[in-house]
Design a protein around this ligand. Structure first.
Ligand SMILES: Nc1nc2c(ncn2[C@@H]2O[C@H](COP(=O)(O)OP(=O)(O)OP(=O)(O)O)[C@@H](O)[C@H]2O)c(=O)[nH]1
Ligand SMILES: [Mg+2]
Length: 247
């Protein structure tokens, strides 16, 4: 194939093509050296996104901002307040002060979806709801929630058995929105008080995942909330997640 008379080579000269695209200089032959009257070739400017240098860059992501209510539920003293405090303030307290009613803290979370060219900036309103199931538990705490983190205690099997009741109580008011389960206090985990099969069953029954967390060490606390936000965005905005079943 004759490569000597292509338009590109006529415009730039083969040596300058090498220099422009960073391939290094070709072997210099004496006959190629510019003599008197040689002028440097014009540099070609490509419009943004059309040239060989920029063809591989992804376009900038479109930003979607949203405020989402997320509930944190589970039996008394499983560590709900501690998980929310760890996420929002990166702090942990040994002292147990039970929550009366509900407390609300906020946390900003960003999620990238390069395939869709979207970036989600969520302002999470974290509703840390009391674990007391008596008159204190107001269904208004769950109303309008986009998802929930339902928490059990790795040292107390009875709090894990109760998880499904919390999911049902929650979805009866909030609808079939995403739920993530957290079995908390893995730093002091008692393997005799933890049942993998039970957790597998509840997760399968209610279409959710579970994680083992520790509010004390911070282990998987961000992952648990991130996973919940992932499901939330996929169901509510991208429509690519199979949401949990209504109860
Ligand atoms: N070792 C250990 N202790 C924890 C962890 N998370 C919470 N705790 C302790 O467990 C106790 C109860 O924690 P809270 O976060 O107040 O529990 P809660 O679920 O909000 O309780 P209620 O508000 O009464 O429903 C406190 O003494 C915490 O310090 C953990 O990951 N590891
Ligand atoms: Mg609390």
């Amino acid at each position: 194939m004759n490569m000597t008379h292509t338009g590109t080579q006529e415009a730039f000269g083969s040596r300058n093509l090498y220099a422009q695209f960073g391939y290094g200089m070709p072997p210099v032959r004496t006959g190629d050296m510019p003599g008197a009257g040689w002028t440097p070739p014009r540099v070609q400017h490509f419009p943004y996104g059309t040239g060989p240098q920029t063809a591989m860059l992804a376009p900038p992501a479109r930003v979607v901002r949203a405020v989402e209510k997320v509930c944190v539920l589970g039996d008394s003293a499983v560590g709900k307040t501690s998980l929310v405090r760890r996420l929002a303030m990166d702090r942990f307290e040994e002292e147990y002060v039970t929550t009366v009613g509900a407390n609300v803290l906020q946390k900003r979370i960003r999620l990238q979806y390069p395939e869709q060219g979207l970036q989600f900036r969520l302002l999470l309103q974290l509703w840390d709801v009391t674990g007391q199931k008596g008159a204190d538990l107001n269904p208004a705490f769950f109303r309008g929630a986009s998802g929930a983190l339902v928490v059990g205690d790795a040292q107390r099997i009875e709090t894990q058995i109760e998880l499904w009741k919390w999911i049902e109580r929650f979805r009866r008011v909030a609808g079939p929105v995403p739920v993530v389960l957290a079995v908390n206090k893995t730093d002091v985990m008692d393997l005799g008080a933890f049942d993998f099969l039970l957790m597998d069953d509840i997760s399968a029954e209610y279409d959710c995942f579970y994680l083992l967390t520790s509010a004390r060490t911070g282990e998987r606390v961000e992952s648990a909330f991130h996973m919940l936000c992932e499901h939330l965005v996929r169901t509510k905005y991208l429509n690519t997640f199979r949401g949990g079943r209504a109860c």
